[in-house]
Design a protein. Structure first.
Lengths: 227, 376
């Protein structure tokens, strides 16, 4: 697919765990704008490692990941950091909100980091992101006082705040009840459909498959099935 | 330019105070560290104030005794830490030298006093000539058998004007009190020359000859050196400087050693707090890294925390010293604390040490791997 936003080729990731352990073994994957891809598989199948490489958090041992034609493995560390800041939004199973900050501040932080001191209307951007996920009314609340569903909404707002082209979610419904999980899936689906983002989700939650454009099943570090 | 500055200022004001929030998240650690920095700053302020007080107390008398030239025994250049014996009659010879307005002997006796059967701490007793008043601590006129005592010494022993103090079995009536005559380890007392000489018990002996000049002081000093070559002739400015140097060479290294030790302890307290905070907030730092924060951003964050805690410690230290200084002076009457504007340099120094302490968690931060965010 020549117009893919993310192009991964022959990705291999090896770890030294008292011997070489191959977490991902020759995976190739393309993800287009507006597409929602679900990666499923048992624990230890390499899903999260693959997601980490797609997001520039981990460098592959072999193979390549390109976003918009730019090879991540060739980027110096600072450029990779900027790539994550501007081009990728992350959603985590455990939300990873900074509990010392309020809801608004959690979102504002990444906006400020991305704007690098330029005097744009930060609050407008933050409010828009919170409003988008229906969490604007929570803005002044402390994140410790939120329910799991509310936390995940805020985490999605933070992921969307810098208008990234890619949204990567690791078990986004793993810590949520079914209603909150449905809401989170809807937000991620909306980010792909209406905002034309490439959304890659790693999950055990089969409900997500109904919304995904494609499902990739992994086993022992390899892609076993594409649906 | 102003508009841009105002916009940037407004932007900065609205920024997320992450450093402060991370600090306050661990209130116990924050308060303990602030207390540690405050204790260090208080210690440094105390040491420098004591040093300045001792320096002032040791030299103010020399500076304000109204003397232009001090004549001492060869090799003697101060009144505190060197002995000096010259003939008292030398004053008459010096008085005849061209340019000398007045010359008189000053005798110094180092002795304990006795009050109600109890010995006091050591006094530096100076006997000056009441006729010329050279070497007198103030404008009081002393009668035979009277003494002017350092005010802090009198307070220490609860002595008042009119009370009696015995020195070498001679009773003196306290006629007045002097200020700026406290060298911390010993205080000064002043009597008439003949009383001082009687305590010393050696005929025609003085410690110094004090000279008041007319006209060019340097020229007069030169003439005295030519006329009396076997004594040391010190102009007042040089004599004061010798006291400073004597004090600095003896006491300053000790004070600086203590100050450096205190500063190192303060720096280590801040470093320990930052290090443990980095370990404790590892998840937050990993999240920041995953979201795109660079090492420089994290360094700024840690330095920000360090400066905040150091500033809070400095303010607490100042407030503590403001509160405790009057109590200390009341509890230890001979303590001299002199706060000088240059002591404010402690605060930029503390901030610099605090910023330096931010090096401690750098290795921890560098080793935080952004992929940790995927660990549940």
């Amino acid at each position: 697919m020549s117009d893919a936003l993310i192009t991964a080729r022959d990705l291999v990731k090896e770890y030294d765990a008292g011997g070489v352990f191959r977490a991902v073994d020759g995976v190739s994957l393309d993800v287009q704008r507006g597409e929602m891809v679900l990666i499923i598989g048992p624990n230890g199948s390499g899903k999260t490692t693959l997601l980490s490489m797609l997001g520039g958090l981990v460098r592959p041992t072999h193979g390549s990941v390109s976003v918009d034609g730019r090879a991540l493995q060739e980027m110096p560390e600072r450029e990779l950091e900027l790539f994550r800041l501007h081009r990728v939004g992350f959603v985590f199973q455990t939300f990873r909100l900074i509990d010392a900050l309020s809801v608004r501040e959690n979102v504002q932080l990444v906006v400020e980091m991305a704007r690098d001191g330029r005097p744009e209307p930060v609050q407008t951007t933050v409010d828009r992101a919170l409003e988008r996920v229906g969490a604007l009314h929570l803005a002044s609340r402390n994140t410790r006082a939120l329910s799991g569903g509310e936390k995940q909404r805020v985490a999605i707002a933070r992921a969307l705040a810098n208008d990234p082209a890619i949204l990567l979610a690791d078990e986004p419904t793993g810590s949520l009840d079914s209603a909150a999980g449905e809401a989170a899936i809807a937000l991620l689906h909306d980010a792909a459909r209406n905002d034309n983002r490439a959304v890659v989700i790693v999950s055990h939650d089969t409900r997500i498959a109904q919304h995904a454009d494609r499902v990739v099943r992994m086993l022992d570090g390899c892609v076993s099935t594409r649906m | 330019m102003n508009g841009r500055a105002a916009r940037v200022n407004a932007y900065t004001r609205s920024m997320v105070p992450l450093a402060r929030r991370l600090l306050f998240r661990n209130r116990g650690g924050f308060l303990v560290t602030v207390a540690g920095v405050a204790a260090t700053v208080s210690l440094l302020l105390f040491l420098f104030a004591v040093h300045a007080g001792v320096r002032d107390g040791s030299t103010r008398y020399v500076r304000t005794a109204g003397v232009d030239i001090w004549i001492a025994q060869k090799g003697s250049d101060n009144i505190i830490k060197s002995s000096s014996f010259v003939p008292a009659s030398l004053a008459g010879r010096v008085a005849g030298i061209d340019g000398v307005a007045a010359a008189s002997p000053l005798v110094r006796v180092i002795s304990k006093g006795e009050i109600r059967g109890r010995h006091t701490s050591t006094l530096f007793l100076f006997g000056f000539d009441p006729a010329t008043r050279l070497g007198a601590p103030n404008d009081m006129t002393l009668k035979p058998g009277e003494i002017v005592l350092d005010e802090s010494f009198a307070r220490k022993y609860q002595l008042r004007i009119g009370d009696s103090l015995t020195i070498q079995r001679r009773a003196f009536r306290i006629a007045g009190l002097s200020q700026g005559t406290n060298a911390l380890l010993s205080q000064f007392g002043f009597v008439r020359f003949e009383d001082g000489a009687a305590i010393l018990g050696i005929q025609d002996t003085a410690s110094f000859i004090l000279v008041k000049t007319r006209g060019d002081r340097a020229a007069v000093a030169r003439r005295i050196r030519e006329a009396v070559p076997d004594v040391a002739v010190h102009e007042a400015d040089d004599f004061t400087r010798y006291h400073d140097e004597e004090l600095d060479s003896g006491v300053l290294p000790v004070f600086f050693g203590l100050a450096a030790f205190g500063a190192a302890v303060g720096g280590l307290i801040v470093a320990l707090m930052l290090y443990s905070s980095a370990l404790e907030r590892r998840d937050d730092y990993a999240t920041l890294k995953a979201l795109g924060a660079g090492q420089r951003y994290l360094l700024r964050l840690v330095v920000g925390q360090s400066l905040l805690v150091t500033m809070a410690g400095c303010i607490a230290g100042i407030l503590f010293m403001c509160a405790i200084t009057p109590l200390l002076l009341r509890a230890i009457p001979t303590l001299v604390l002199l706060y000088l504007p240059r002591h404010a340099l402690i605060f930029p120094a503390a901030l610099a040490i605090g910023a330096l302490a931010a090096i401690a968690p750098l290795r921890v931060l560098r080793r935080i791997y952004p992929g940790e965010v995927f660990r549940a």
